[in-house]
Design a protein around this ligand. Structure first.
Ligand SMILES: Nc1ncnc2c1ncn2[C@@H]1O[C@H](COP(=O)(O)OP(=O)(O)OP(=O)(O)O)[C@@H](O)[C@H]1O
Ligand SMILES: [Mg+2]
Length: 322
């Protein structure tokens, strides 16, 4: 399993630009609707969404994630690079705006949305983005049903993302219908927005690796505009188990030795069953279900100790077939 993170050149590329289009951006910001909530699902969707964190805290949160070693290394490098560019700017040394639009390639549940949120927060703290929020979209959020509809929908999504990250999942679906499809209009509108708001918007296109490679290669207008490509590998069994344990511990639950073994067996079976098992999302579903099962098990009991309330036993995992 390989991970491939590359800049088209050795360093994050710099772009040359003429005077910034501040007035258009101000106009946009003035008419901006309230940001929509992230579309993520489940218990941890609120993960530090509104809490201000320092750069150190954000990087610690990154480092606490399981695996993803190359992704972590890359983000540390990017952080250092952007930080130094900012410092050079203060000293009036030559610097140019960074092009930070990215392509995330990976299977479902491999951590793409989580890393996008983290990047948003990080770039806000670094002064690259004004807000650092993430707006998650898919084809249906951008593509309309009649002429003119698509450009408006896509522009709305862009407006909501200004100051943060516009994250487009399964981005290749925009080119699904070929030249005549409205998806093409969405791509053209996005490309324009990237130029107009390059100082205050990061676009991340995400999806399965093969489809993303094909999509980017077959759209020359996009290829040159996305210098950063990050590949998210599938997690190993050990990593999936560690993610599950981390999810439990963060919520102040703990496995018993017996439930640990059972959980590993369940994960092993799930991976063997499906080539795309759902990765960390599958683990999260199991953990959330297990927590509900534990609640049902404890509900009829009296005199529950702190330990009882924290303990996940084999019974709680039993609904997962092995
Ligand atoms: N390396 C990791 N360490 C700990 N938790 C992780 C890790 N990767 C993902 N998770 C958790 O797994 C869940 C799914 O991750 P995420 O939503 O980022 O995946 P995704 O690639 O965006 O999936 P999808 O393609 O299905 O949207 C989240 O709850 C996230 O917090
Ligand atoms: Mg996602």
């Amino acid at each position: 399993m390989s991970i491939n993170i590359k800049f088209r050149s050795n360093l994050p590329p710099l772009i040359h630009r003429s005077a910034p289009s501040v007035s258009t951006e101000k106009q946009y910001l003035k008419n901006m609707p309230k940001p929509i909530k992230n579309k993520g699902r489940g218990l941890d969707n609120t993960d530090d969404q509104d809490k201000e964190q320092t750069i150190e805290e954000i990087l610690r949160e990154l480092d606490e994630m399981i695996g993803l070693n190359m992704v972590k290394k890359f983000i540390h490098e990017l952080q250092a690079f952007v930080d130094i560019q900012k410092k050079r700017q203060k000293e009036n040394l030559a610097n140019e705006p960074l092009v930070l639009h990215m392509v995330f390639k990976g299977n479902p549940g491999s951590g793409k949305t989580t890393i996008a949120r983290l990047i948003g927060k990080l770039f806000k703290e670094l002064g690259v983005l004004q807000k650092g929020h993430v707006i998650e979209c898919e084809r249906a959020d951008l593509v309309g049903e009649y002429i003119g509809h698509t450009a408006n929908k896509t522009r709305d999504a862009v407006k909501k993302s200004l100051g943060g990250v516009l994250f487009i999942d399964e981005a290749y679906s925009l080119s699904r219908g070929g030249e005549k499809d409205f998806g093409k209009e969405a791509i053209d509108t996005l490309v324009k927005a990237m130029e107009d708001y390059k100082d205050n918007l990061i676009l991340i296109l995400a999806g399965y690796k093969i489809e993303m490679d094909h999509f980017i290669e077959s759209n020359p207008g996009l290829r040159s505009r996305f210098p950063i490509h990050i590949t998210f590998p599938d997690y190993t069994l050990d990593e999936l188990f560690a993610i599950g344990e981390l999810m439990l511990n963060k919520r102040q639950y703990e496995f018993t030795p017996g439930s640990k073994t059972l959980c590993r067996k369940i994960l092993q079976k799930k991976i063997a069953e499906h080539p795309y098992s759902g990765n960390a999302r599958m683990v999260r579903n199991i953990i959330e279900k297990t927590i509900r099962k534990q609640a049902v098990r404890l509900y009829q009991q009296v005199n529950l100790s702190r330990e009882d309330l924290m303990c996940i036993t084999e019974i709680d995992l039993e609904s997962e077939e092995i």
